[in-house]
Design a binder for this molecule. Structure first.
Ligand SMILES: Cc1cc2nc3c(=O)[nH]c(=O)nc-3n(C[C@H](O)[C@H](O)[C@H](O)COP(=O)(O)OP(=O)(O)OC[C@H]3O[C@@H](n4cnc5c(N)ncnc54)[C@H](O)[C@@H]3O)c2cc1C
Length: 578
């Protein structure tokens, strides 16, 4: 009520803002926003989407677009034996008492329905990756594959002029400045010099890219999160959902305790958007809010380096808009964000580009070490496990950093961070200082400023086990997730090989995040709750504005976009019924 008075007072003092009326206002154009918008529209509601940035798609456009959806129709068709109960058992074992059982149950019930809805009513298509295991598959209820699905490629040309408004992927993750590489392309690129079918696939990609660049700023063969958002944006366009770009929501309008719209800045003016049914906050969390990060990320509070990968404009707007109206902020999560180690790619004409290390750490021929030259974690575990181990290893040190190290055989086979494998060129990455190389472990250690004797001893000890395909210190390759990311066919252990082919190479890693986990308190219908746990009428949240349904853990590939799409769908459906 207080807020409503504030708005009326303001309206008396200054000219009334322009007004626009709809049933549902969606704040943000990532996975959560599009899913809510399309679902509400499907049920006959008049929907408006507003996006702060001149580009749409948010962090979802940077992502691999993978979704974690246990018991999907795709999994059942592939004969995978799974159930919501098994998935709930798994979530309970990984998140423990920080799992909100009611919300997790609601997610598991709605997720397969959501996916079937998207496949039937949008251009988005998902394929099961049947061997993509959960990240802790040995825990009760864990799966050795069948819960993670990847988006199929999408032809960006279908968006017409809107293609230029689609946020491109992270610059460091495109080849030749503008070519996307999807999950199914990767094995072909790794094998293009060995397998004729892969050479053919790669040639097709390069040829298409060459033709694209005649007419477009970047490649139009979209993969990953770009494919997902492009497909949803085309559907939204066809369904007549307006999307205002460069139009941030700056305030919620609350009357008699009910959220009935927002003030949106557009073309330098304020527009009062009346939303008869309600507002969905899907503004992507707070990875761009330095103050909140300093409060919630221990290492940032301690002044340590940290790189957030989401756009800096994901600055916690949704969370702030809601909490000033009394919404609850749920930070009782295992981790306030989804962590990933990041390397920094120097640029001749600007700040370095962050590159997330999802894959190379777990391949055979790589280890990660601290400044003592010592390993500190099973490198083949997930990125979300790797970063806390790095922070712990560096606790008493001046900086929080480690080095990913490999030999010549490994770097030419799999690359190192942004440095590509053969036939890509390594030289530019060495010349820029991104990759450091030396003929011996001791010399490499000296060049990167870590303990030479420590690194030499670590490599010697690691190699002794690795020659037998073992990692006695940390047990690399001991579960299906680690083996999934290893080298297919590399026996006896796809995650382990000695580092014994000089020169040796190193790249520096620091902590980073791919999005936030702490967020607004919500109920099973994605409605925002106040600090006493009561529903705030007319206010919903989806995506990273909502506190992680995984309790701040990272159980498997796609555990943020799967719930973002699902709770967007749940919100859209609830808005239509109420
Ligand atoms: C490299 C990388 C790979 C990843 N891969 C995966 C993956 O494969 N699977 C997975 O599950 N997760 C993945 N993630 C994480 C995932 O991308 C995010 O968690 C997810 O996309 C967040 O979706 P969202 O809808 O909440 O927000 P976003 O996609 O970030 O969209 C939010 C939008 O809201 C807009 N906005 C902000 N404030 C306002 C405002 N005031 N008014 C209007 N609009 C506003 C923003 O500009 C943005 O466009 C990855 C992340 C990265 C960086």
């Amino acid at each position: 009520m207080k807020a409503s008075l504030a708005i009326f007072k303001r309206n008396f003092e200054s000219p009334l803002p322009e007004q626009h009326t709809c049933d549902v206002l969606i704040v943000g154009s990532g996975a959560g926003g599009f899913s809510a918008a399309i679902t509400a529209r499907h049920h006959g509601l008049d929907v408006l989407m507003v996006e702060k940035e001149p580009l749409f798609g948010g962090t979802t456009c940077y992502s691999a677009g993978v979704i974690w959806i246990p018991n999907s129709a795709q999994a059942r068709a592939a004969g995978i034996d799974d159930s919501a109960d098994a998935a709930l058992t798994y979530l309970e074992s990984i998140a423990g008492n920080r799992l909100d059982r009611a919300r997790a149950t609601a997610f598991l019930a709605a997720a397969p329905e959501m996916l079937a809805f998207l496949e039937a009513n949008t251009h988005a298509r998902y394929g099961l990756v049947p061997t993509w295991a959960d990240y802790e598959p040995e825990l009760p209820g864990g799966s050795n594959g069948g819960r993670s699905l990847a988006p199929e490629p999408f032809d960006g040309r279908r968006l017409g002029k809107r293609f230029d408004q689609l946020r491109p992927p992270l610059q460091s993750m495109m080849l030749m400045g503008g070519m996307m590489v999807g999950r199914t392309d990767l094995p072909h690129l790794y094998n293009m010099l060995r397998v004729p079918r892969s050479a053919w696939h790669a040639m097709g990609m390069f040829a298409r890219y060459g033709v694209d660049r005649i007419n477009w700023k970047r490649g139009t063969r979209l993969a990953n999160g770009n494919a997902l958002i492009a497909a949803l944006a085309l559907t939204a366009q066809e369904k007549g959902i307006p999307l205002w770009l460069g139009a941030p929501v700056v305030r919620l309008v609350v009357e008699d305790g009910r959220v009935g719209g927002s003030i949106v800045q557009r073309d330098g003016r304020e527009t009062h958007v009346v939303a008869r049914r309600g507002v969905v906050l899907a503004s992507g969390g707070f990875a761009g809010d330095d103050a909140l990060k300093a409060r919630l990320y221990g290492h940032v509070a301690a002044g340590r380096e940290h790189r957030s990968l989401p756009p800096a404009t994901n600055s916690g707007d949704g969370i702030r808009l809601a909490t000033v109206q009394g919404a609850g902020f749920h930070d009782d999560v295992h981790h306030a964000a989804a962590w990933t180690p990041v390397s920094l790619l120097p640029q001749p004409d600007g700040p370095p580009l962050p590159f997330p290390h999802f894959l190379d750490r777990g391949k055979p021929g790589y280890i990660s070490v601290d400044r003592r030259g010592k390993r500190f974690v099973n490198e083949a575990k997930s990125y979300h496990v790797f970063v806390p181990a790095m922070i712990e290893a560096c606790r008493g040190d001046e900086r929080t950093e480690c080095w990913n190290i490999c030999d010549h055989a490994a770097i030419r086979r799999w690359g190192l961070g942004a440095a590509p494998p053969r036939p890509g060129r390594l030289k530019p990455y060495i010349e820029s200082g991104y990759v450091v190389s030396a003929d011996t472990p001791e010399e490499l250690a000296r060049r990167i400023g870590i303990d030479p004797a420590g690194l030499a001893a670590t490599i010697r000890d690691y190699n002794a086990g690795a020659r037998r395909g073992e990692d006695p210190q940390f047990g690399r390759g001991t579960d299906a997730y680690q083996r999934f990311n290893g080298a297919p066919g590399h026996a006896p252990n796809p995650c382990v090989a000695p580092l014994d082919r000089p020169p040796y190479y190193a790249v520096r890693l620091v902590p980073g995040d791919i999005g936030t986990f702490a967020g607004l308190a919500t109920d099973v219908s994605a409605r925002v709750l106040d600090q006493e746990g009561r529903v705030i009428d007319g206010l919903y949240a989806a995506g990273n504005d909502m506190a992680s349904v995984m309790g701040g853990t990272y159980p498997g590939a796609g555990i943020t976009i799967g719930p973002a799409l699902t709770f967007g769908y749940v919100a859209g459906r609830h808005l239509a019924k109420n």
